[in-house]
Structure formats: C-alpha cells, structure tokens
Write a protein of this length. Structure first.
Length: 123
C-alpha cells in the first residue's frame, strides 16, 4: 500500500493506493474550506483499457480525449471522470480488476485499505 498527501491553499488531498494481483484500488479523500466543491477523479484510458474492468464509488462520465504513444503524437482516446459535488470532506474510490467487474464504495475501500478514521483524523 502507498499513501501520499498534498496540502495547498487550505485543501488537503490524500490518495491511498493498493496494488494486488488482479486489482488496483485507489481512494482519494479531500478536505478543506467550507462551501460546495466538485471533486473529480480522472482516468485516461489507454489502448489496453478493454482488458480491465473499472468501478467507481460515484457517478462517472466518459469523455473524448487524446492519448499519445510517442512524444508529439496525439491520437483520439477516451477518459472516465468520476465526480462528486458537495461540502468537504469528500471521497472517491476506484477499483480496477482484471478478471471480473466488482463494485466499490468508499466505506468498502477504507475497509480494504485498513483505515478506521477520516482524512481529518490523519492530516
């Protein structure tokens, strides 16, 4: 498991990552200023995207994008953007699996990662 925390302009973003055989779990948690905020988790899909399954804890939209196989070469691509809007703290989980699609929610992601507290408890 790996964790990274970034603090900037009154916001704290923590990303927790777990890579195991056949799955990748990413949990993003954001805390900060009062008010309504939009948090997005963007996944640029490469050429092998059809070989994996992606599940998200929040609504996802698919958008056109560009990918590059080499420096200076751009090709049409696509991305998934999971987003939530509301007060902070907020969290989004993504689960990539190889064999079969599995659903994920934030509480399940925290349990898998072995977390008991929220971002504000650890910042």
């Amino acid at each position: 498991m790996a964790e990274a925390t970034c603090r900037y302009n009154g916001f704290t973003h923590r990303r927790s990552i777990l890579l195991e055989s056949g799955r990748l779990l990413v949990l993003d948690e954001v805390d900060g200023l009062a008010g309504e905020h939009e948090c997005r988790q963007i996944w640029q899909l490469g050429m092998a995207a059809s070989k994996v399954h992606l599940s998200f804890s929040s609504p996802v939209i698919e958008e056109a994008s560009q990918v590059s196989r080499a420096y200076g070469v751009k090709m049409p691509g696509r991305l998934f953007a999971a987003s939530i809007r509301g007060p902070l703290p907020a969290a989004i989980a993504m689960l990539l699996t190889v064999k079969e699609k599995q659903e994920i929610d934030v509480e399940e992601a925290r349990a898998i990662l072995g977390e008991t507290g929220k971002l504000t408890d650890k910042a």
